[in-house]
Design a protein around this ligand. Structure first.
Ligand code: FAD
Length: 463
């Protein structure tokens, strides 16, 4: 079938947070903008989100908490967020006042639905053509420069000629093959806690034309959720997420601890370790005292576990650790192992030697002492991938062949630093990587700031 032909100045692939912000920014600089969206409506994971647009409060905090990320990109985010939030309000987004987040961050809360509606309306009012049900598949090149894309809708191929293409397809979390390759051999057990359309199309199309990727393609954000046989749908993602995990004791199916539960900016790091355990499954264990500890981003642990029980999750409650271990035996967790692990953990915490455990327990040094004890079976989920295309600070995608590696140890000194870009190609939001590496700086904030940067640069380079 012959493709239908369209042409535009800036083509944006993906109408989520990054794509809509990129499109509006390109329109502000006078570009003609075509946005294609795989789903039959804009919004992506932005529309499903909690709407908290935040990041860590300072560059020092970022260096301390997320040292493996790309410092220049992280700084762009921290420096750019406040002004970008003001910009968002000018686009019609309704944001709550600035607030402290988790004690170490700042940001403003929106509603995912209102944000989607406002940005879609604004882009359309400014003249963007938003085509839904249209998916980018590959990039068109001439002499190494990107000059458009091949996309598909229900009626077949569409060739879109464009001076610039911005990839904002939302990451590769929905692509089981890529998740297996880069993140965990247990990918097929992971829950997808995201929109279902982000299947790595941007990354794959860019790799085909020679794009470079960031280190740490195994980094991702997500939270443990109720393991089967619990049943729930996408509207319950928040309520079914066990974000208190940093305060719990996590046991894999062998009855062993597998990570310092307390480490990281939130439960996402424990969830990442969990994704690499058999079946991506574990038991989170708390006592009655931990069950009542309040935690800024979620309900009390006791409430989350009760919600899980009501959703059909496997939950055991017992007055002794021996009985609890017996209860978990029915889940395939050997009771002798789990009991020994919990007793060793308690002994070390009470002796103040949690850091000497294997794995250590450095923060949240809570012994399991107050009955009743609860255990809930949870499974890792993936919300979005944090490694991705390597970009410069204008979100131009780097060309692998003309850029030096950024892997540790051989990381070049300033005199050897060399990067080349692929003309006409940009990436933003979850399609670009390197910011939230084994720590979390906020997904919406990343999409907002990098989306704006990509749209501005693409328009400036092509108009
Ligand atoms: C339940 C939930 C709660 C969350 N809560 C928060 C929160 O409170 N705070 C926060 O900071 N982050 C939160 N996030 C994460 C946040 O939503 C994402 O980080 C953010 O939306 C990423 O923006 P994006 O534009 O990269 O991707 P998205 O917003 O997901 O947009 C990507 C778009 O690309 C489209 N697409 C995919 N492939 C193609 C293709 N081939 N062609 C065309 N279009 C394509 C998708 O359909 C989608 O519309 C949450 C996510 C979820 C799922």
């Amino acid at each position: 079938m012959k493709p239908r032909i369209y042409s535009t100045t800036v083509l944006v692939a993906g109408a989520g947070m990054a794509g809509l912000c990129a499109g509006i920014s390109a329109l502000e600089r006078g570009a003609q903008v075509l946005v294609i969206e795989k789903s039959d409506q804009p919004g992506g994971s932005m529309a499903m989100s909690n709407g908290l647009i935040w990041t860590l409060r300072s560059k020092d905090e970022v260096r301390r908490q997320v040292p493996q990320g790309d410092e220049a990109l992280q700084d762009l985010l921290v420096d750019g967020l406040t002004e970008s939030l003001d910009w968002l309000v000018q686009q019609g987004a309704q944001l709550e006042p600035m607030q402290t987040v988790l004690g170490h961050g700042f940001g403003r809360r929106a509603s995912g639905g209102q944000l989607t509606a406002a940005l879609t309306e604004r882009a359309t009012a400014m003249g963007a053509n938003i085509m839904t049900g249209v998916s980018l598949q590959s990039l068109l090149t001439e002499n190494g420069a990107v000059v458009g894309a091949l996309a598909f809708d229900a009626n077949g191929p569409i060739e879109i000629r464009a001076a610039s293409v911005i990839l904002t397809t939302g990451g590769f979390q929905g692509n089981c093959e890529l998740v297996t390759r880069y993140i965990t051999p247990h990918a097929d057990a992971l829950y997808l806690r995201s929109n279902p359309n982000s299947t790595g199309d941007g990354l794959l199309a860019a790799l085909d034309v020679g794009a470079a990727t960031t280190p740490w393609l195994n980094a991702f954000y997500g939270h443990a959720m109720n393991a089967p046989p619990a049943r729930f749908d996408a509207s319950q993602f928040q309520n079914m997420s066990h974000k208190y995990g940093q305060m719990a004791v996590a046991l894999n199916l062998s009855g062993r601890r597998f990570a310092d539960e307390s480490a990281g900016t939130g439960e996402e790091l424990l969830n990442a370790h969990l994704s690499r355990q058999s079946g991506a499954t574990a038991a989170y264990v708390v006592d009655a005292a931990i069950g009542e500890l309040s935690y800024e981003v979620s309900a009390l642990p006791r409430v989350v576990i009760e919600r899980a029980r009501q959703a059909g999750a496997r939950v055991v409650q017992a007055n002794t650790l021996e009985e609890l271990a017996q209860g978990m035996q029915a889940w395939g967790i050997p009771s002798a192992h789990s009991l020994q692990t919990l007793q060793d953990y308690n002994a070390a915490i009470k002796a103040g030697t949690g850091a000497a455990l294997h794995p250590p327990r450095v923060g949240n040094a809570f012994a399991l002492e107050t009955p009743p004890f609860s255990a809930v079976l949870v499974r890792a989920s993936i919300t979005y991938t944090c490694g991705g295309l390597r970009t410069d600070l204008d979100m131009r995608v780097l060309r692998r062949a003309t850029s030096v590696s950024m892997m540790p140890l051989a990381k070049p000194g300033l005199s050897e630093w060399r990067t080349g870009t692929i003309a006409g190609l940009y990436a933003a939001g979850c399609d670009m990587g390197g910011i939230s590496i084994h720590g979390y700086l906020g997904g919406l904030a990343q999409a907002l700031v990098t989306g704006r940067a990509a749209g501005s640069a693409a328009a400036a380079d092509s108009c």
